[in-house]
Design a protein around this ligand. Structure first.
Ligand code: BTN
Length: 255
């Protein structure tokens, strides 16, 4: 039932694609095996969460997508993103960086976004259900335009005096870190990924705002719970859990 031995990876490498997630989805619909990895040097229509555009600086960004076919309850599948975030963070720690994970899908360095993860679940149609986990990580960018300037970083910007890691090696390290976390997830055990996400949590203790039933709510972030949902504490002391969706940093009402 479950992949007990290390999965075999199949690599599809392209110079240019619209989006590695799109190509991975198309291959998955045609029946490609689990752990098919689609990587590209450049994306012309990279996608982020919430319908945003993901801009990839040609030759400077690592972007790849993995086709996964977890035999998990559909309701548990969104938390697979945490295995990706934890894998990226561990691979960065292996290189001596000090990453933080902004639940559920961002990895930060120095408080700025280095990496985003877009997990898409496809359950209908003729093909078996699958997940495409797309990872975008800024490697050799020297700077960012416009509003990204204040909020984004790259490995080169964090260590300007060093040659940034080779993108292929970095992708391999992330996949090596992902395998055991994902295999545990497939056994219904999210705890290895959760341990990493809690240890490196960027949101914990910070004021956050989120939307519930069309209302903007203020709260303080806690840890992800056992199912990977974010615990938040409202001013009246009640606890809520957020499935995914957008959490923004809020105002610190005590300052
Ligand atoms: C986000 O932070 O909003 C998620 C960004 C995910 C970007 C990656 S790059 C590889 C894959 N292909 C895409 O089009 N998006 C993901």
């Amino acid at each position: 039932m479950l992949p007990d031995k290390a999965p075999e990876r199949r690599l599809v490498l392209k110079d240019r694609v619209t989006s590695t997630n799109d190509l991975a989805k198309a291959l998955a619909k045609e029946g490609c095996p689990d752990w098919t990895v689609v990587a590209a040097n450049h994306q012309t229509a990279g996608r982020g969460r919430m319908g945003r555009t993901w801009v990839s600086d040609r030759g400077n960004a690592l972007q790849f997508s993995v086709v996964l076919r977890p035999k998990a309850e559909p309701s548990a599948v969104p938390s697979v993103t945490l295995t990706g975030a934890a894998a990226v963070a561990l691979a960065l720690e292996d290189l001596g960086f000090r990453p933080a994970i902004k639940w559920p899908n961002d990895v930060l360095l120095s408080g700025k976004k280095l990496c985003g993860i877009l997990t898409e679940m496809v359950s209908g149609g003729k093909s078996a259900p699958f997940v495409v986990m797309g990872i975008g990580l800024n490697v050799g960018n020297r700077g960012f335009p416009g509003e990204l300037k204040a909020s984004a970083t790259s490995l080169l910007m964090e260590r300007p005096d060093e040659t940034p890691p080779d993108r292929t090696d970095l992708a391999k390290s992330i996949l090596n870190r992902l395998e055991p976390l994902y295999m545990a997830f497939c056994r219904g055990d999210l705890s290895p990924a959760l341990r990493v996400c809690r240890r490196l949590s960027w949101l914990k203790g910070k004021p956050v705002i989120f939307e519930r039933d069309g209302k903007v709510m203020n709260a303080v972030a806690g840890d992800p719970d056992g199912l990977g949902r974010l615990e938040v504490f409202l001013p009246d002391g009640t606890r809520e859990t957020l499935l995914s969706g957008e959490v923004h940093l809020g105002l610190n009402l005590r300052d």
